[in-house]
Design a binder for this molecule. Structure first.
Ligand code: F0G
Length: 468
């Protein structure tokens, strides 16, 4: 097994290590193949329905699964659990202002809480929302508020083999064409994600954000950022875009956010916490509305569904996420796994994104058509092989078209190996790579799944399947 633990650009072939040491350990449990056969059948071949006690290495998501630092845990003891005006809220507000630069913010229990508030406050029925690829909960709230979502990401994002350095970029011609078609007044905002989760954790460039801002300024359209993994995006800008090599992540982040009017945030990712989020804006009128709405759905505007201690941990996590050594190791660990898989020509989305390896299930199982749910199948196979848990990001996640009721058939049919922050080591990545290889070697014998239960909303979370 490769021991070369290389970083990004590959000029420096010296080994590197995680920039932290371990103070507390959580034992992992291994299972037998027979136990896993039973567990995955009980779970309806949906990895969301497995019990975590039956999972060995959990790569379901990087959401809320981070290891907090000793400083964050110390911050938890400083929780001010006052119903109103908690000191921790003011710390959080100050950290968001300092690093993201927005004037006003409300805390929310997690990202989708912020998406709900923004969608309700900004969208009117019949509106159109363009975005650089959909995200499940984000689009759901936009549609529920009466909007139609339009994917305006560049075509390269839908091509798993394209090596475009900024596959998250917005296609300005597609955006202009939509404005011409529906009219600027029907577009409450552009929904801009950095990085783009469903495209494989792919970044958007500073140049693109600036160009989108200019285009939107000409038409009086706002831009709301999904800032969930924005700091990860800033590392890619520093590495790949001219003029940013010598800037700090904090400087790059502030410039990027300045091209937008506000942001929704799932703190469960970049902020290195287990729960929390926020919604921020520079627009005083919108702020008035969301500060009022937050008390209906989340909690008072100084806690928004979070405990004081959680707001404190998040305020501290914001600072930690901007540390370059940390961020290089975070993205570097994902790349390390990619390099291992590449030795065996295993198909996955390239270039490697910020938070996960996205296996290309269409290329993995060319004999399965999309109705046999190749990504879902691969997630189940990986669990059966080793107890590693991954996530479907294909036809099941895409859901049904609200108008026609048909499956939406995304070009990308991916199985995501999502790396939690500061949780696993290189050795875990070696084990993961070997298990993926074992599944790849057996790929011809796999027959796919049938969906036997389909929930109405966000079906991927709770759908059930049977073997074909
Ligand atoms: N936006 C993006 C880009 C996300 O990845 C997520 C969550 C959300 C918004 C919603 O945030 O979960 O805090 O309500 N992504 C998780 C994932 C669930 O596994 O990719 P949330």
């Amino acid at each position: 097994m490769a021991t070369l633990h290389t970083m990004g650009q590959q000029q420096d072939r010296r080994s590197w290590a995680e920039p932290y040491k371990i103070k507390v350990v959580e034992p992992l449990r291994t299972t037998t193949r027979a136990e896993r056969e039973h567990a995955i059948a009980e779970a309806g071949y949906n990895t969301f329905l497995l019990r975590s006690a039956d999972v060995y290495i959990d790569l379901l998501t990087d959401s809320g699964t981070s290891a907090m630092s000793d400083r964050q845990w110390a911050g938890m003891m400083l929780g001010d659990e006052a119903y109103a005006g908690s000191a921790n809220f003011y710390h959080l507000e100050a950290a968001v202002r300092e690093h993201y630069g927005y004037k006003f913010m409300v805390p929310t229990h997690q990202g989708r809480g912020a998406e709900n508030l923004l969608s309700q406050a900004a969208i009117k029925p019949g509106n159109h929302v363009p975005g650089n690829m959909y995200f499940t909960t984000t689009r759901f709230h936009q549609e529920r508020a009466g909007a139609t979502f339009h994917d305006v990401i560049i075509d390269a994002a839908h091509d798993t083999r394209s090596l475009h350095p900024f596959k998250g970029n917005i296609d300005l011609d597609k955006l202009q064409a939509l404005i011409d078609q529906v009219g600027a007044q029907q577009i409450p905002y552009v929904s801009m994600a950095a990085t783009v989760n469903m495209a494989g954790g792919q970044p958007i460039s500073m140049g693109n954000a600036r160009a989108v801002r200019e285009l939107c300024n000409r038409h009086g359209i706002k831009i709301y950022l999904d800032a969930t993994r924005a700091v990860e995006n800033m590392l890619f800008i520093k590495e790949r875009e001219a003029g940013y090599k010598d800037k700090t992540l904090a400087e790059i982040l502030l410039e990027f956010c300045a091209y937008t009017d506000g942001a929704t945030m799932s703190g469960k990712k970049d902020h290195l916490v287990n729960i929390g989020g926020w919604l921020a804006t520079n627009d005083p009128d919108l702020f008035e509305e969301i500060r009022n709405l937050v008390v209906v759905y989340e909690g008072l505007h100084t806690y928004g569904g979070m405990a004081g201690r959680d707001m404190e941990a998040m305020a501290i996590g914001i600072g930690e996420s901007l540390n370059l050594d940390y961020m290089k190791s975070r993205v570097g660990q994902v790349r390390y796994l990619g390099e291992l898989l590449d030795q065996w020509n295993i198909p996955f989305v390239k270039p490697v994104g910020g938070h996960a390896i996205f296996l290309d299930a269409r290329a993995f199982y060319p004999h399965l058509d999309q109705d046999a749910f190749p990504s879902q199948t691969l997630a189940a196979e990986l669990y059966l092989d080793s107890g590693i848990r991954s996530m479907e990001r294909g036809i099941v996640s895409a859901g049904r078209d609200p108008a026609s009721g048909d499956h939406r058939r995304p070009k990308l049919e991916l199985t995501r190996l999502t790396i939690p922050r500061r949780v696993y080591t290189q050795a875990h990545m070696d084990v993961v790579a070997e298990s993926v290889k074992a599944c790849y070697d057996r790929r011809d014998s796999v027959t796919g799944l049938n969906m036997v239960y389909e929930p109405k909303y966000l079906r991927f979370f709770q759908a059930r399947f049977e073997r074909r």
